[in-house]
Design a protein around this ligand. Structure first.
Ligand SMILES: Cc1cc2nc3c(=O)[nH]c(=O)nc-3n(C[C@H](O)[C@H](O)[C@H](O)COP(=O)(O)OP(=O)(O)OC[C@H]3O[C@@H](n4cnc5c(N)ncnc54)[C@H](O)[C@@H]3O)c2cc1C
Length: 376
């Protein structure tokens, strides 16, 4: 196997390309229907938050946690290779409670995380304010997760793209793949919208929310459905940095970046491929941010945007080989955590493809977990 085609140039496709390159592959091509890194990966908030985003110490939590642990090294290697700092920020994350129900929820979270041996602190309102003085005085208590971090996801995409360019990974933009071409159970190549054919020894679908739109010869390809879940976000700007940590409530979150930028998110909407902001969506995100910190109420919205999260019907990633094919793989459906999960996804999938190394994560998140009722 020598030539590799990766379809989709989001964080997952780019991270896979880098990992294949690190293993010594020379002929790697990324085909992207738009521009590299401009879809969900660009829209994301960049939170690396296993403890805020999961509800149990299960396989998904372990997958998130392992990937989070890879980030310091991932950031350093990218910086060495590209001179781009992806701004890994390890100040931690707060999770606030404003109501009785919120309090119950964060205490439950505190218990399972303590039982699992994770670092987590339950803070009083006074302790919370000491850490973040601009948090609402209405917050009752909070959890502090020192190991939930954030990264500047747009810089991460620029760094991964630069890595590809510096290492002769071919990037072909504005080229939509429409068909997968098989001979018996082997993929021979792909066809683009303009009818152009590309052949390859191995193909990986890293096509995010659009994965189910690619055509194939039914009898052969069994892929579970992936659908888009829209998220709308906004940002504010302040002259100096008001917050040091990512701050969640049960309804929203704010992410303070360097230089006074504050992101706020996000809606969760099952409305198909309509990738745009709406007045109601933006207002909801703004209100949820103001609940976290009333200091945001008088700030104008600096930027607003939306993105489509790739969602499988059990909310978990879909990774690994596609059944009944020999050389077709996928890494998709990372839903709310694709930025966090990019390093581990690339590592376990490329290890499987190149060294035939199995992983408990490929077992858990493989396509075989779906029954045929979910197949397209
Ligand atoms: C508002 C919002 C906030 C988020 N916040 C976070 C967060 O804080 N932390 C986190 O970890 N995750 C977050 N996520 C989730 C994260 O953004 C996604 O899980 C991740 O970006 C998925 O990466 P991807 O590469 O699979 O998808 P994408 O970035 O969407 O990339 C897929 C690419 O494939 C291309 N493509 C699709 N079909 C074809 C085709 N047929 N031919 C050629 N190219 C094709 C698309 O154009 C696209 O560029 C957030 C998402 C949203 C929307």
């Amino acid at each position: 196997m020598s030539s590799i085609l990766i379809i989709g140039g989001g964080v997952i496709g780019l991270a896979l390309a880098r990992e294949f390159h690190k293993k010594g592959f020379k002929e790697i091509t990324i085909l992207e229907k738009g521009l590299i890194g401009q879809e969900a990966s660009f829209a994301a908030a960049g939170m690396l938050a296993p403890q805020a985003e999961t509800n149990n110490a299960d396989a998904f939590f372990n997958f998130c946690n392992e990937s989070n642990k890879m980030y310091p090294n991932f950031a350093e290697e990218l910086s060495d290779a590209t001179s781009i700092d992806i701004e890994l920020d390890r100040n931690g994350t707060l999770y606030l409670a404003f109501t009785e129900r919120d309090t119950q929820e964060i205490r439950k979270r505190f218990e399972w995380q303590k039982d699992a041996g994770l670092e987590v602190e339950l803070l009083s309102a006074r302790e919370t304010h000491k850490l973040e003085p601009f948090v609402s005085p209405d917050s009752l208590e909070s959890l502090f997760f020192p190991n939930d971090w954030q990264v500047e996801n747009r810089k991460l995409l620029i760094a991964l793209k630069k890595y590809a360019e510096l290492n002769d990974i071919q990037i072909i933009e504005q080229t939509e793949v429409t068909n997968l071409i098989f001979e018996n159970e082997k993929i021979k190549g792909i066809q683009t919208e303009s009818g152009k054919l590309f052949s390859a020894d191995l193909v990986v679908l890293a096509t995010g929310a659009w994965t189910s739109l690619i055509k194939h010869d039914e009898g052969i390809l069994q892929m579970p459905k992936v659908k888009p879940i829209r998220g709308q976000m906004i940002s504010f700007h302040t002259a100096k940095r008001l917050f040091t940590k990512v701050i969640y409530s049960r309804r929203g979150y704010i992410v303070p970046r360097k230089m006074g930028k504050i992101l706020a998110g996000a809606t969760v909407e099952d409305i198909g491929f309509e990738n745009k902001t709406t007045d109601e969506g933006i207002e909801m995100v703004r209100e949820n941010a103001i609940e976290i910190s009333p200091s945001l109420a008088n700030l104008p919205i600096d930027e607003k945007w939306s993105g489509l999260r790739p969602f499988a019907n059990d909310g978990l990633p879909i990774l690994g080989e596609i059944p009944n094919t020999e050389n077709l793989f996928t890494a998709t459906a990372h839903y709310r955590n694709g930025i966090l999960l990019a390093p581990i996804t690339a590592k376990v999938l490329v290890e499987k493809i190149v060294n035939k190394k199995d992983s408990e994560f490929l077992d858990k998140f493989g396509i075989k977990r779906f029954n045929s009722a979910n197949a397209i």
